[in-house]
Every structure is written in structure tokens, then in C-alpha cells.
Ligand binder design. Sequence first.
Ligand SMILES: Cc1ncc(COP(=O)(O)OP(=O)(O)O)c(N)n1
Ligand SMILES: Cc1nc(C(=O)O)sc1CCOP(=O)(O)O
Length: 340
Amino acid sequence: MHSAAKLLHQMGPRHVLVKGGDLPGSCDAVDVFFDGERIHDLSLPHVKTRNTHGTGCTLASCIAAELAKGSPMLPAVQVAKRFVENALDYSKEISIGKGPQGPFDHFLMLNRKVHNFRKKTVLDPSDLFLYAVTDSGMNRKWGRSIEDAVKAAIEGGATIIQLREKDAETRNFLEAAKSCMEVCHSWGVPLLINDRIDIALACDADGVHVGQSDMPVRTARALLGPEKIIGVSCKTPEQAQQAYMDGADYIGSGGIYPTNTKENNLTIGLEGLKAVCLSSKLPVVAIGGIGISNAHAVMELGLPNLKGVAVVSALFDQECISTEVKKLYEVLSRASSEVK
Ligand SMILES: Cc1ncc(COP(=O)(O)OP(=O)(O)O)c(N)n1
Ligand SMILES: Cc1nc(C(=O)O)sc1CCOP(=O)(O)O
């Protein structure tokens, strides 16, 4: 497929997409996209069905529609591929006619609206505006419980919370997570768990945040189901494209600035953040070394899918958490009203 894509490219088109959905013996439908420089293997699970009549036309039309909306080529292809996969899954039980191939339901979106079948949007992207990420070491240093730190962050205006408790013992972590869930839900603020899918399941958290070397997004989705939020860390456009393909709900991208909170963390800077935002349709939250003094510079990039900042030490390594959250909220509000 790679060489076919390269040979086709030599004939003149700027981009080539070779479809591999019907390759025998593969559990994934792998398509190959070539832009003249890089080959991208686009892989989604293969939907087993005889109802495939019309998939090629739908794929091409969906790519054209995304391009018309202003999307670059690769994200347009990825959106179209996801759409076709959803539509195949949706149409797999249809039984019309007796031939070897059945129809693909082209009225998927309409029918979804009629039957209220649309996948629930689990994350409101505006929740990423002021994302507070806890740290057990900082709480210990200031003599606070996780619950008190979370309560103070929410009182100050945090819009989403992540429990990032790297050295907590499982039993203690679970108990704390359960109490934080009560606090968060009484305020209507989503609570995510860093890395630990087991803790998220056990306390019925709103979702998880995973890194590139943690549980893969697709496995996390299979374990958590469609209703939970999954965030994934991305430092490169390739990772951001994959995050969308894998079904993540948002991207955490950093380190924007150097940080003392995470050891040996690669700083990607504002340029790296921009590249990640531009290469994915997913909402993005910036992380790493962000605080009151530099949050404005991040948000003034004015990228439509950059929805907020995620912060650890500038909130939790401080004497009064709620005061720092309030100050940061003001900086972010000012920056976002300026770029609108
Ligand atoms: C919002 C957000 N973005 C990025 C990260 C980093 O996650 P990860 O890469 O898994 O690193 P650790 O947090 O596990 O050190 C995050 N936690 N939150
Ligand atoms: C947890 C984390 N992830 C990062 C990434 O770049 O993915 S940077 C980081 C630490 C952020 O802490 P602070 O706000 O104190 O700099």
C-alpha cells in the first residue's frame, strides 16, 4: 500500500489516500495517506458487516465537505474515516436485498437526530478553561488534604479538576477520590483521574487523563465506555492526529514553559503548542510552567481549539489556593475577551 501511494503520487496528485478496509486477515481498517513527504497509516477497528455499498463515495464526499469547511487535508481525511467507521457500525444490522453486499445507511446523521441517537458529547470544551491538576507532594508540603485542595480550587473558579497523585497508595487514593467526587459534583465541576483507570472506574469519576506511555486511549475507551472523558498528552502533530483517531475527547499539550513539577519534561514552547492545535480538531489545554505571569501569552495565540490552561504549582504550591485561582481566572478572562 505504501508503494502504491507513492506510485500514484508520481502521477500528479498532491495527496493520495489508498483504502485498505478490505484487506484480508486484518482486524483493523488501515488506510494509507501520502502527502508527498510523509506516509501516514490511518488505522481504525474493522467493522464486520456485509453492508458496505457506498462507503467509498461517502468517504470522498465527507473529505470534500471537511475541506469546504476550511480543514487541512489530513484532518479532513481523518474526520471522514471516523464518520465512515461510525456509519458502518450504525448500518451493520440493516437487512435489505439478497445480494452479497448490502447498503450503507447514508441517512446516519438524520436518523441519529430523529432517534436522539447522537453520541453524547461528554466534554464541554469550555470546561478546559482553568484546569487545576493536584500534586500530593505540594499538598503534603502545605499540610492539606487532597479534598481541601480541590475544594479551594473550585471555590476560586477552577472549571475542571485532575487528581494527579503520583505517590498515593491505592486505598488512600480511592478514598480521597470518592470524597473529591462528592465535592466536584456538588459544584458541577468534572473530576478526572491521572493515569489510574482502575481508580476512575472505582469512584465513577468523569474520566481520565493518560500520557503517551500510559494505557492507550483505545484501551482506556474500551474499559471506560463512551460516556467518560479521556484526555491524552500530545507533544507533536502526529500524536495529536492519533489522539483524534483513537477517540480521545481532548489533548493536554506541553510543556509550554520549563517546569519543576515533572522531571525531564520536554519543553515544546508556544510554537509546539500551535503545531499541535493546528493539526487536530480536538479541544486543547496547554500545560507546563503556566501561571499568572504568562497565561495571557498562551491564550493570546487565539487558536480556536485552544480552550484553556492546566496548572499545578502556580495554584497548589501556594499559600492560598483559591486566591491564586481567582487571579488566574481574571488573567484568562481578559486574554480570551481580547482575542474574541
Ligand atoms: C491536562 C494534562 N496534560 C498533560 C498531562 C501530562 O500527562 P502525562 O503525560 O501522563 O504525564 P504525568 O502527568 O503522568 O506525569 C497531564 N497530567 N494533564
Ligand atoms: C503534569 C505535566 N505534564 C506536562 C506536559 O508537558 O505534558 S508539564 C506538567 C507539569 C505542570 O506543572 P506546573 O503547572 O507546575 O508547571
